[in-house]
Write a protein that binds this ligand. Structure first.
Ligand SMILES: C[S@@+](CC[C@H](N)C(=O)[O-])C[C@H]1O[C@@H](n2cnc3c(N)ncnc32)[C@H](O)[C@@H]1O
Length: 273
């Protein structure tokens, strides 16, 4: 496990994932009943963008830095939350900031140092941190505890292993079998098209219903060595997701795109309800 998210914190892919994550959780919170949120690959929680790995990589300068001042209207909720969180927030910190007393958050992180940092950061009530394997946790931590009947599951693997797309498809199917009404959101890289096509085919073949994949491309995905774009696959999206995603992706592209050939966004339904 060599991946350290701090190198990439705040980059365009992080912004896309977090902007949609915030929308998804807010959508589930339209109803008063409590929500269980499972963040299967939580990371360290917070990152100092100006020092250490993030300071050296500078990836955030082409991402969150371009949104912080004067964000587009549809991204204002997300960007305000980022600003209010102080030191740059990862997914568990953003989720924790939105938790209501009736909601619960479970975060999993396998890397010992990241898990220790996460544990030190996540001290709010209703939050638990587990140093455990995400793929195993997708079976073990679902269905939600304590009688909660709604869940949002964020699956955000590092894609270090060659078979991570296959693990993701299997992990989603496992989690979905344990809690078929949960909302599952899985982030994936778009480097070139073939692995993404194979992943979508596996999801279609899994029998899961009501699946939407949204993607943001900064350029034509032809160079497998570059992160040319990213996607979020959502199972059981809340009402209005496709329109909300389209607006947010377009706003992100307008701010973060460099006008390269092939840049664009897509919202594709992979399986009907
Ligand atoms: C992309 S980062 C997570 C970023 C975080 N979700 C965010 O949005 O701020 C992926 C994280 O998963 C952790 N990880 C890798 N393999 C894992 C596994 N099998 N189970 C749990 N965590 C894992 C890595 O250590 C890394 O911190």
């Amino acid at each position: 496990m060599n991946y350290r998210h701090s190198f990439h914190a705040g980059n365009p892919s992080d912004c896309m994932k977090h902007a949609l994550l915030v929308w998804l959780l807010r959508a589930l919170q339209r109803k008063p009943a409590g929500v269980f949120v499972l963040d299967t690959h939580a990371g360290a929680g917070r990152t100092d963008l100006t020092a250490g790995p993030a300071g050296r990589s500078g990836e955030w300068r082409s991402g969150i830095e371009r949104l912080l001042d004067d964000p587009p209207d549809v991204l204002a909720d997300y960007v305000t939350l980022v600003r209010d969180c102080g030191l740059y927030p990862g997914s568990p910190v953003l989720i924790e900031a939105l938790l209501r007393p009736q909601d619960r958050l479970a975060c999993c992180e396998l890397h010992p140092e990241e898990a220790a940092a996460l544990r030190a950061t996540m001290r709010g009530s209703g939050v638990s941190v587990h140093q455990r394997d995400a793929w195993e946790a997708l079976g073990a931590l679902l269905p939600p505890p304590q009688g909660l009947r709604r869940a949002l599951v964020l699956v955000d693997p590092p894609y270090e292993a060659a078979d991570e797309f296959s693990q993701l498809a299997a992990g989603l199917a496992r989690g979905h079998a344990r809690f078929p009404t949960g909302v599952f959101a899985a982030w994936y890289p778009v480097k070139h098209r073939a692995p993404v096509r194979a992943f979508h085919t596996a999801i279609r073949a899994s029998g899961m219903r009501d699946v939407v994949a949204v993607e943001l491309w900064l350029r034509e995905p032809l160079d497998a060595a570059r992160l040319n774009g990213c996607g979020l696959l959502v199972v059981n999206p809340p009402f209005g997701f496709e329109a909300a995603a389209q607006e947010r992706l377009a706003a992100l592209l307008e701010r973060l795109g460099a006008g390269e050939s092939g840049q664009g966004v897509s919202v594709e339904r992979l399986a009907d309800e």
